[in-house]
Design a protein around this ligand. Structure first.
Ligand code: GLY
Length: 350
């Protein structure tokens, strides 16, 4: 079992990798435990829940709303929760986002932690203290930063993930390598077959390396004032594709990373060979998709990115393994989108 510590001014978090429920029994309170989970996870792992009040939300992105968070708060109050309550989010990305938000707003904040059951949440969503719900089509528009006390990742739970969800998690795993660690990227690419087979040893090793990257970035900038922005690589276009086409997060982010790499080439930051390397690796991993960008993409980006008026902070690549952040005018992004969509149309008609 491996552990990664994330100590920040706003809180300390312990990520327990390849652990089991035995590893957290001593970390939970004797009373006042509230388990927030979803319909799928409670069916699969309800038998493993520690003793506590279980609150079940519908599985899926549609549950990521303020109404659902408010409903969870109301149910906790009705069940007698007070400020000593402890919330355990038991599930994937959606559960972690909403359980974290509920923990940060219920009675102005109660303790919380996660048991992270999907690849997406084990490498990304449960780690780093971001919580959030969507506001209509705008992803994670309402949220807080609040570090979970611990995150338990039991890799054996990944065996039950549907294929598409597993690939979605792979997208975020690749992202961590692409922004910071070329060797990890090359290892991921070389191990694509064993990864797709979900071989426990390779999965454990690669998840640990990705989590260490995320932990280092979060420690250096927990509130995303600067460096942490690189974790949003692929998310600017990816979020628009995710909501427009209702596709899984990591799959949308994978295409978002390709588009961001194209933009990096267009801006003269990334050599074309870097883009090709990325395309080949993501194709091998079953992550290369070709959705067209919707016509209103730039206005959606400007709101989604919570940006300063006429420009947005955009994560580009210098090379595979090195991301940089640049402020780009929306007019420039619009010019690139026109170029990108025409190029895609041309290649589809060939
Ligand atoms: N998922 C991006 C971050 O945690 O900053």
């Amino acid at each position: 079992m491996n552990q990664v510590k994330i100590n920040t001014a706003g809180g300390r978090s312990l990520v327990i990798l390849d652990g089991t429920m035995d590893h957290i029994s001593g970390l939970l309170p004797d009373r006042g435990l509230f388990i927030i989970t979803d319909t799928n996870v409670s069916r699969l792992y309800g038998h493993a829940f520690p003793p506590g009040e279980v609150l079940v939300i519908e599985a899926g992105e549609k549950s990521k709303t303020l109404d659902v968070a408010g409903d969870l708060c109301r149910k906790m109050l009705e069940a007698g929760a007070d400020r000593s309550a402890f919330i355990l989010g038991f599930g994937g990305g959606v559960v972690c986002d909403i359980a974290g938000l509920t923990a940060s707003i219920f009675m102005r904040g109660v303790r919380h932690a996660f048991v992270s059951t999907s690849l997406l949440s084990q490498v990304d969503a449960s780690i780093g203290g971001k919580t959030g719900v969507n506001l209509g089509e705008y992803k994670n528009m309402i949220g807080t930063f609040r570090q979970p006390e611990f995150v338990l990742c039991d890799h054996s739970m990944l065996a039950t993930l549907p294929d598409e969800e597993f690939r979605s998690g792979l997208g975020e795993l690749y992202k961590h390598a692409i922004i910071r660690d070329r060797n990890l990227f090359l290892d991921l690419s070389a191990s694509a077959g064993r990864l797709a087979e979900r071989e426990p040893q390779i999965l454990g090793d690669l998840i640990l390396r990705a989590v260490k990257i995320k932990a280092a970035v979060v420690k250096s900038d927990p509130l995303e004032k600067g460096t942490r922005r690189i974790l949003n690589f692929g998310h600017t276009f990816g979020h628009v594709l995710e909501t427009h086409y209702a596709i899984p997060h990591g799959i949308a982010i994978s295409q978002g990373m390709i588009i961001a790499a194209e933009l990096s080439v267009w801006k003269g930051e990334l050599p074309h060979a870097g883009l090709r390397l990325l395309e080949m690796a993501l194709e091998k991993a079953g992550l290369l998709t070709r959705y067209r960008l919707p016509s209103n993409v730039v206005s959606r980006i400007s709101r989604d990115k919570k940006g300063e008026a006429d420009s947005v902070n955009f994560v580009l690549l210098r090379s595979v393994g090195k991301a940089i952040v640049r402020s780009l005018p929306l007019t420039e992004i619009q010019a690139f989108v026109t170029y990108y969509n025409e190029k895609e149309l041309e290649s589809q008609s060939q």
